[in-house]
Design a protein around this ligand. Structure first.
Ligand code: C2E
Ligand code: MG
Ligand code: MG
Length: 279
């Protein structure tokens, strides 16, 4: 009991510490974005990248977003941090597109609290404008649970984003409790199949069947499909056979810095000829 109580206390202390540190993290420039390529399974070309938040805490080192995003949500800091992530992802992608002279789009994760904020669409539009990035170069990733909560406002926001030309993907698909009826009627563009299914595919025929069924269902609803968490050549090959459009995972690339993404996009010879450096 005592050990349990101590572990709980330590967790609470760390959470408290992280919460107060997170309040200053933006001003202290401790937050930054990494980008993970998303690759077309038909052509092998990098079509998009997903912007992933990172926090370098002066004492604790790199803190995972899986740990600090829920803290930011609870402490009502996610609006500010989320808006920063959106602006930064748009600005850096604009720079990248001008430097690399290719058009990898960017996907940005959005928390439920941001999505239900009445100012959200206007904030996104302003971020795109400041970055001189076309709206069709941005995809917003929402989670299944957001499709269930506050349905009226969600639909309104989805329509407003789509009207601007922004694409919307459902992240971690298969882990929440999607109402399949909503899936058919909402103006969505893409499903991202959760890593847990991809991981089990090779050893569990049921997971393989499920992934195949999700891809077919998505295509029937005119949605594109990205599989997450591909770590082996076999998984990539199988997903291609199943008709999956796009893949993201350590097999292709871990999340990398903007500079590293630029090198992945442009042949090195062209970087030499250009003599330009990423800002
Ligand atoms: P997510 O949006 O599902 O992002 C994919 C996560 O899977 C990333 O973890 C990525 O590094 C990891 N991943 C990608 N490929 C592989 C693989 O092959 N194997 C394994 N084991 N993992 C892989 P990360 O960066 O730690 O992010 C965790 C979650 O934090 C994200 O999951 C997302 O829900 C949230 N997050 C990250 N950035 C933001 C943000 O800017 N805003 C919000 N609201 N949430 C964010
Ligand atoms: Mg995501
Ligand atoms: Mg995901």
């Amino acid at each position: 009991m005592r050990r349990f109580a101590r572990a709980q206390e330590q967790r609470a202390t760390r959470q408290f510490e992280l919460e107060s540190a997170l309040r200053h993290a933006l001003d202290a420039r401790e937050l930054f974005l990494m980008y993970q390529p998303r690759v077309s399974l038909q052509t092998g070309v990098i079509m998009q990248s997903e912007a992933l938040l990172r926090w370098r805490h002066p004492v604790h080192g790199l803190v995972s977003p899986a740990e600090f995003i829920p803290i930011a949500e609870e402490a009502s800091l996610i609006d500010t941090i989320g808006a920063w992530a959106m602006s930064t992802a748009c600005r850096e992608t604009g720079q990248l597109q001008r430097l690399a002279r290719t058009l990898p789009k960017v996907a940005v994760n959005v928390s439920p609290q941001q999505f239900v904020n009445p100012r959200f669409t206007a904030q996104v539009e302003a971020a795109l404008e400041r970055a001189a990035l076309a709206p069709d170069q941005l995809e917003i990733e929402i989670t299944e649970s957001m499709l269930l909560a506050d349905a009226g406002r969600t639909v309104q926001t989805l329509r407003a984003l789509r009207a601007l030309g922004i694409e919307v993907a459902v992240d971690d698909f298969g882990t929440g409790y999607s109402n399949l009826g909503w899936l058919a009627s909402l103006p969505l563009n893409r499903l991202k199949i959760d890593r847990s299914f991809v991981t089990k595919m090779a050893t569990d025929p049921r997971s393989d069947a499920l992934v195949g069924a999700i891809i077919q269902m998505a295509h029937a609803l005119e949605l594109k499909v990205t599989a997450e968490g591909i770590e082996t050549a076999e998984q990539a090959q199988r997903l291609r056979e199943l008709g999956c459009d796009e893949a993201q995972g350590f097999w292709f690339s871990r999340p990398v810095s903007l500079q590293a993404l630029r090198t992945l996009l442009a042949p090195v010879s062209r970087l030499l000829a250009d003599g330009t450096r990423a800002a």
